[in-house]
Design a protein around this ligand. Structure first.
Ligand code: SF4
Length: 301
């Protein structure tokens, strides 16, 4: 992967206030260093036209990103948790040479902020040292998305992302390094990744890997061009399934898996039994535990 291939695009600011108001894992600020994502997840919501990312599967870099991030952090009156990985995986294959995410985390550390990193790539392991430095003064959440334990299925629904087994191995290594680590089981795809036995097996593997938490979202979102894209990819790999979605969900945006209430009881019960956190408030509280009076400065918004 040659970094020269990436088109630089202009940006005025990169670290911005998080629109969900810290309800999402206690994240106060959001930082997308790259634009677009190359993992090719067929369900990806960030492909929706409403976000305005044309040619979404092509990764671009933000020009002068590190200077902008430094200036953004310096201007923030309050420290907080900086999230990265919402609209683009910060550990794409070019990051290995470019080190932009790594240097951005160094800035997050230097300015006394916390970090919440979401990824599907084991490349995050390279930055364990910086994440541990940050965790020395502020909350850190390492979040690895795993939507199925089956590598063969992950290859079909996340064709250019590292396999699920590699991600679970990364979870283990992050947890062993003492980092507050969890798995995002998000989304759960109706009629595809929602078999109860498979999900129970995944909960078990997540626990075995040493994760502290598992966030479960029993459904997916579908709209406009992103729905069309998903249905086309379904047709290629799972003929007939798109029609089943059309019949079940029509134009709905939030598409829950069948019997989601029942499934939630089953999976949350299993998490409780295994000692995995699964409620958002508990995950946030656990990530902030031990930061004493400084905890107060990680503000709710
Ligand atoms: S890794 Fe995330 S941002 Fe990238 S394609 Fe997959 S779902 Fe979308």
């Amino acid at each position: 992967m040659d970094p020269e291939e990436l088109e630089p695009i202009p940006a005025k600011t990169i670290v911005s206030r998080y629109s969900s108001g810290s309800r999402w894992f206690g994240i106060n600020y959001n930082m997308n260093i790259y634009r677009g994502c190359c993992h090719g997840c067929i369900y990806c919501d960030s492909r929706s036209d409403c976000y305005g990312v044309t040619d979404f599967d092509r990764v671009r870099i933000k020009k002068d990103a590190l200077r902008i991030i430094r200036d953004d952090l310096r201007r923030k009156a309050k420290p907080g948790v900086v999230g990265t990985g919402a609209m683009s995986d910060p550990y794409n294959p070019w990051e290995e040479k470019l080190l932009l995410t790594r240097h951005a985390l160094e800035l997050v550390d230097a300015y006394g902020f916390g970090a919440a990193v979401t990824t599907k790539s084991p490349l995050v392991l390279r930055d364990k040292d910086i994440l541990r430095e940050i965790q020395g003064h502020s909350p850190v959440l390492c979040m690895v998305t795993v939507t199925t334990a089956a590598d063969s299925l992950s290859q079909k629904i996340e064709p250019r992302a590292p396999l699920s087994s590699r991600r679970l191995a990364a979870v283990r290594e992050l947890a062993e390094a003492g980092l507050f680590t969890g798995v995002l089981l998000n989304p759960v795809l109706p009629f595809l990744t929602d078999r109860r036995e498979d999900l129970l097996e995944l909960v078990r593997l997540v626990r075995e890997a040493g994760a502290r938490f598992l966030y479960i979202s029993l459904g997916m979102t579908l709209r406009g061009n992103q729905r069309d894209y998903y249905y086309q990819r379904l047709e290629e790999s799972f003929p007939g399934l798109a029609e089943r979605y059309r019949r079940a969900y029509g134009e709905r945006y939030w598409c829950p898996v069948p019997r989601s209430g029942e499934l939630w009881e089953l999976l949350s019960g299993e998490c409780r039994r295994l000692g995995l956190l699964f409620r958002m408030e508990e995950i946030i509280a656990a990530s902030r535990m031990g930061y004493g009076s400084q905890q107060l400065s990680f503000f709710p918004m």
